[in-house]
Design a protein around this ligand. Sequence first.
Ligand code: NAD
Ligand code: TDX
Length: 345
Amino acid sequence: MGERALVTGGAGFIGSNLIAYLLRERPDWDVVCFDKLTYAGNLANLRLAEGNPRFTFVRGDVASSENVHALFAEHSFTFVFHLAAETHVDRSIQDAAPFVRTNLVGTAVLLEAARAAGVARFVHMSTDEVYGSIPAGSDESFDESSPLRPRNPYSATKAGADLLCQSYVTTFEMPVTIARPTNNYGSYQFPEKFLPLMITNLIEGRPIPIYGSGENLRDWLYVEDTCRALLMMAEKAEPGAIYNVAADELIPNIELARRVLSLMGQGPEMLRHVKDRPGHDFCYRLNAQRIREELGFTPSVGLDEGLSRVVAWYRENESWWREIKTGEYVKYFGRQYPEIAGGSQ
Ligand code: NAD
Ligand code: TDX
């Protein structure tokens, strides 16, 4: 019999890729997207799912008990993939409040509803940022038992959500599995994030802003590999397990920028060193042995291949990101789904 999966935050970058992936890879599953449609949510991201009879969109706020209650009253879920979050570190430095509300309160509300409903598996999307930063010159890496030492408001709220999930495993024996992936990139990534910002700026003839020296290191994971890991975790992981998900493609930001320049046929005059992010984490390096050994997961798209694909995608989908950069994309809000679950905003 087919299963029903809930994807929170499914109108965002990874969520929309996950929905397309689940509809394709699990042809007998129904998939429900629950999303508030914040500035980062965009119904245009769901064009591959739109019209599919196995897909339903519900507009709602994970931090609203009323909205979440209405969702669970309407649907019975086997799997919950919890991706809804405020996600941009720079925004969390400007104003932490929405991060606390969505990432902490939202996770608490959703856990409680999923527990009451007795879902078979709750996959929580955490992040590599919860471990904090590895200093320059160290070759340390984090495994799943490393302490959580978040250093910015975004990662602090993600660490809190991660711990809430762990508490539901020990207190209620709830079948929660936690994913801690590295930096994702791919189609439909909001152009405030580094990689799509670089590509779209270059197409517009604008420079690439490099925070500080550009020596900070990130590990770049192609979004479809993340989707595959999340599905494996839903279907194969032991309840309560935590998995790092890494690409093993750690490079300095400046080097990533140079590769993008080269792919796009542009030169170093397009680089601009700008003021550094306050508290800028230097490096996240993960040991991902556990998911490899226990679930057989290894990433399949290397950085060279992934970068070519993503540059091509942003070139071919100019209207998608131009509507975001001009703010025009809000036209999608309320176009087809004006109501919010449970009736109030
Ligand atoms: P995104 O910002 O592109 O999308 C977030 C989505 O969540 C949007 O559609 C937004 O409308 C929705 N949302 C926000 N607040 C909500 C609320 N209160 N109720 C319901 N929906 C709400 O984010 P993303 O990059 O796709 O990240 C998805 C998840 O993966 C997040 O939990 C993030 O912390 C985690 N993560 C992301 C990365 C990355 O590199 N992008 C890496 C590791 C982990
Ligand atoms: O304009 C920029 N210039 C720049 O040098 C931007 C936007 C970023 N950067 C640097 C900061 C980081 O070292 O590039 C790196 C990547 O920055 P972001 O795209 O903002 O990602 P990061 O801060 O690493 O966090 C991301 O990965 C972990 C996601 O946004 C998080 O949601 C995820 O949890």
